[in-house]
Unconditional design. Sequence first.
Length: 74
Amino acid sequence: MQQYSTTQTTNNSVDLRSHDAHASVNNVMAALIIMFPIMLFIGVKAYKGYRVALLHKQIATLEKLWHLDVKNKK
């Protein structure tokens, strides 16, 4: 009895490359999804800090003007 067997070689490198490309895209998307809220939070906190500093500067300027005005009226 004779047995016939054939072997076929398959080239899976194309499949691996496409899988790697999908995995890297997934990793980038995951990083963006995680980083966006963090960066948004940091941006809002920085803007609020800037506004507070600007308000303090404006208050200091108005107080100086008020003190000058009081001295001039005496």
